[in-house]
Design a protein around this ligand. Sequence first.
Ligand code: HAM
Length: 428
Amino acid sequence: MSNGIQSVRGMNDILPAQSASWQYVEAVIREVLDGYGYGEIRLPVVEKTALFSRSIGEVTDIVEKEMYTFEDRNGESLSLRPEGTAGCVRAGITSGLLYNQVQRLWYQGPMFRHERPQKGRYRQFHQVGLEAYGLAGPDIDAEVILVAARLWRRLGIRHVRLELNSLGAPSARAMYRDRLVTYFERHAGALDEDSRRRLQTNPLRILDSKNPAMQELIAGAPSLPDFLDAESRTHFEQLQQTLSDCGVAFQLNPRLVRGLDYYSRTVFEWVTDRLGAQDAICSGGRYDALVELLGGKATPAVGWALGMERLLAVLEAEGGTPPLPVPDVYLVLAGAAAERVGTRLAEQWRDAVPGLRLLLHCGGGGLKAQLKKADKSGARHALILGDDELASEVVALKPLRAAGEQRMVAWTAVAETLRALVAARDNP
Ligand code: HAM
């Protein structure tokens, strides 16, 4: 492969052996979101760069160093989307969906960030995101969190925990920011290089530092909850009350600030101890100022996005991935005459039996070799059509997994037999 073209670092193929798990999780997500009245919105992968710099923030890691930005042939600066919220707001404004309305939307698809790849962190990764617009109260904050909690339950995921914080109103956040800068400036000598840079641009992010040498300093920093405005405090308390009423456990994490600038009030992360450093599988919060910032009428908003790769890794670690689908039957065609008739019969049986998984042998070869392939395919049964069967208008049905005799089935009865196999598969 050294002369061949390699995939782009951090961008992965999802092979058939994995895609069954993806489809299973996607189906569960769709069902849960349907149950809460969220409608799917499909968004472009490419947007104008300014959309992201204005919403996520000029001095965030994502915009400063992680976006895939390029000029198109007209010289316009475009970027591969690093996340879905900005595009969702842009689409909501341009389509009029957000004007004086309540909207519950969700989206899924690839996102792109030029981060250092490691387990659970990729340059192309996939999010499912959910956004609710036009509702300002803590009831909808609770709802979006409850949707996630239900998802984990439906998938049988137990090793996740919810961390919760409130950033307060923008004015409270600005006051906190000033205090934080004063504090860190007093200890400027103890700041690492990254934090010194952030002190000028995005001081709240210093709280997110993973550098062990910084932890003591961070622990002594002013605490965000002490700066909450009264309204945000009430909002946050009501949210906690609803979550408790609904049996959703959470931990308050006053250091949780999130890496995107658009948040105000509620922020949260579902984290797991199953993935090492990349521990957030679903994160989000309230972003009441963003719709107006991007040119719409002021509209409250709250949402989250989950990382599919991380969710699947947790699911696998907990043994919850579904078995791969296998063919119900593998149609063995022994001889030129059987080959000719076999394709037509297979099409008829597919017409007659909804949901049938029939693998048609292609490429010729002897009976023994074909049966070997049937076995390797994982099929539960082989259907064998040779010259003799052709002459009598029957097929041989041979169980490949369970004990049982091979038996002949008349062509006129094959559909019924296959229907019974499919029914037994779906109701084991
Ligand atoms: P985020 O925290 O940047 O938030 O990303 C959301 C989730 O995407 C993370 O919790 C993680 O599971 C996954 N993720 C992020 N980066 C990577 C990566 N490089 N590789 C694999 N997975 C990754 C947002 O994107 C916000 N738009 C969420 C939101 C929606 N807030 C309000 N509404």
